[in-house]
Design a protein around this ligand. Structure first.
Ligand code: MN
Length: 396
């Protein structure tokens, strides 16, 4: 059995006249929906959604059941918005976590999410945001068009890219949440996350007080910070976790340090079903191309030169840079027939370092030329010796 304890509350806040948020929680399902639309329409959308999700999950407490429930909610809200002029243009966010059962009866928490209401996981005081906001500004952050700091004040930070009741089809993020006994999960509307810093949310949501008190303190803090929107909070704490449900590999990996900057939910703690898109593969392919390209350029540079060196008193031609390039060591390609000793002194010193050519032929030519240069000096010396043996002997 996986079991949680729970507490929840919703508050109109200090500025809005009505509360268009809706919350629901019991021992296997938790929902926050943040409705939008003129007059009372937002309230209708969020209430209809909570109702449809509860009904669908009751019928089928599985991943598929909850997914279908949200699709049903989407259809209901959209139909109501189209048929009733008072409700035109209404919509809502939804974030829901259900203890979904698999075929073997094992239950584990699965998160479903559309819009900018959020889910956070709290473990050992560390806060991890599990959901990505479906807002224009946050999508742009993920695309690299904005920095997270710019997104905080961007005019399109509240403009949603996805919602319930907006279009005929709905794209739902679904992720399986890794749970350990003592972990808390926080679901909230943006009335909380816009008013409080991650540090405040982490501190208040993980404070070792009864869940009800933690929820009240979160709402109170959001109101003190301005309370400009409706504030909804659901706080869950796991008492018991189905061992079979624990994605063991995932939970052993790194976890954010306490009160770290917001960390995107990733493969470390949550397995994503739908978000591992072609973009990820494109990114991986791009990186591989860069690595392969760099390797090719390095390899080309490393072996673009032939130089003369000494090998067992013979002049040899090596391919490569005399001191090597990273792990590309020079390779001996040819032993010439010339002795290293049969070179002018200056050429002997240069051997192995500075006599290099772009091709093997040119390097072989060098070896021959240097040998011939040495031979000339020998001939000259011989001639000198013949012409004046005494002088030469003295010199030697
Ligand atoms: Mn809101």
């Amino acid at each position: 059995m996986t079991r949680w304890r729970y507490a929840a509350a919703t508050d109109t806040g200090l500025v809005r006249e009505t509360n268009q948020d809706a919350v629901f929680v019991d021992d296997s399902l938790a929902i926050v929906a943040d409705g939008m639309g003129g007059h009372a329409a937002g309230e209708v959308a969020s209430a209809m959604t909570v109702e449809a999700v509860c009904e669908g999950f009751l019928e089928s407490p599985t991943v598929e059941g909850l997914h279908t429930a949200i699709e049903t909610a989407n259809e209901s809200v959209l139909r109501e918005a189209q048929e009733n002029p008072d409700h035109f243009g209404m919509g809502t966010t939804v974030i829901a976590v259900g203890l979904t059962r698999d075929d073997s009866g094992v239950s584990s928490p699965t998160l479903f999410h559309v819009g900018d209401s959020r889910a956070y996981q709290l473990r050992d005081g560390a806060l991890r945001q599990l959901s990505d906001d479906h807002s224009v500004a946050e999508e742009w952050v993920r695309m690299g068009r904005l920095t997270p700091e710019e997104a905080l004040t961007h005019p399109r930070r509240h403009q949603l890219t996805r919602g319930v009741g907006v279009e005929g089809s709905i794209d739902i993020d679904v992720l399986s949440v890794s749970a350990q006994v003592g972990d808390r999960l926080l679901l909230c509307s943006d009335g909380l996350s816009n008013e409080l810093s991650n540090e405040s949310i982490a501190r208040l949501a993980s404070s070792p007080v009864p869940l009800d008190d933690a929820v009240s303190e979160l709402i109170e803090a959001a109101k003190q910070a301005g309370g400009r929107d409706n504030i909804s909070v659901v706080l869950l704490e796991f008492d018991e976790v189905d061992v079979a449900a624990m994605p063991i590999k995932k939970t052993t990996s790194s976890f954010a340090p306490p009160v770290a900057p917001p960390v995107r939910a990733g493969a470390q703690s949550s397995q994503r079903y739908r978000r591992f898109t072609w973009r990820v593969w494109a990114g991986v392919a791009f990186l591989l191309a860069i690595v392969a390209g760099s390797y090719a350029v390095l390899h080309w540079y490393a072996y673009s030169t032939y130089y003369l060196g000494n090998d067992n008193s013979t002049i040899a031609v090596y391919q490569g840079q005399p001191s090597g390039v990273l792990w590309f060591k020079p390779l001996k390609v040819v032993d010439t027939q010339y002795s290293s000793a049969q070179l002018r002194v200056a050429d002997q010193i240069d051997l192995g370092a500075t006599i290099s050519e772009p091709t093997l032929e040119a390097a072989l030519q060098d070896a021959a030329t240097l040998h011939n240069e040495w031979k000339k000096t020998q001939t000259t010396a011989t001639t000198t010796t013949v012409a004046g043996a005494t002088t030469t002997l003295k010199r030697g």
